[in-house]
Design a protein around this ligand. Structure first.
Ligand SMILES: Cc1cc2nc3c(=O)[nH]c(=O)nc-3n(C[C@H](O)[C@H](O)[C@H](O)COP(=O)(O)O)c2cc1C
Length: 163
């Protein structure tokens, strides 16, 4: 079978991930985008990366804001994932947020977050990799939302408790 984007999606869809909402702020403008192409990149210095479609509204805003937060979603936050996967301006009005250090909004209901200063943008085809230096963060308890084979899922109860 010839290698194409459909096959790449099929293969990489077998790689189960969590789901995050990456948020940013540029002046008064805040936005967020559902993302699972995120990774812990380095511990010393502490760096994380998110891969962002060059066509996404978020791409331009991240460059202007120079900051982002990765908010890791809970099992019961599928609605937030769907909301932030819509293109265009995002409505934060009913969401409790706070700011840590970078100025990016943090979703306080998330399972965990890391707050970052943008340090580098690495070109990667139709996406760019936004590398952030971690400034602050918090890890809560609970079960994560999972994405696998193009669908949402969850860990078994025992795995979610770390047993
Ligand atoms: C589970 C899931 C994971 C996603 N991961 C990414 C990602 O890592 N990078 C990306 O650029 N888009 C990703 N998307 C698509 C964006 O969320 C979507 O294109 C969003 O509408 C972009 O909004 P914007 O153009 O207003 O910034 C993902 C969508 C879903 C549902």
């Amino acid at each position: 079978m010839a290698f194409d984007s459909a096959l790449q999606r099929q293969i990489m869809g077998r790689f189960a991930t969590g789901v995050t909402v990456v948020t940013t702020a540029a002046g008064d403008e805040v936005s967020g985008m559902t993302a699972n192409a995120v990774m812990s990149l380095s511990l010393d210095p502490p760096l994380v990366v998110v891969s962002v479609d060059r066509q996404a509204t978020m791409h331009d805003l991240l460059q202007r804001g120079q900051c982002f937060a990765i908010n890791i979603l809970r099992r019961e936050q599928e609605d937030l994932s769907n909301r932030f996967a819509q293109r265009g301006p995002k409505d934060f009005s009913d969401l409790e947020t706070k700011t840590a250090e970078s100025g990016a909004p943090i979703l306080t209901a998330a399972l965990a977050y890391v707050d970052c200063r943008l340090v580098e943008i690495a070109a990667a085809g139709d996406h760019d990799m936004f590398i952030g230096e971690c400034l602050a963060g918090e890890a809560g308890d609970g079960a994560p939302l999972i994405f696998f084979g193009g669908r949402y899922g969850e860990l078994s109860e025992a795995s979610a408790k770390g047993e």
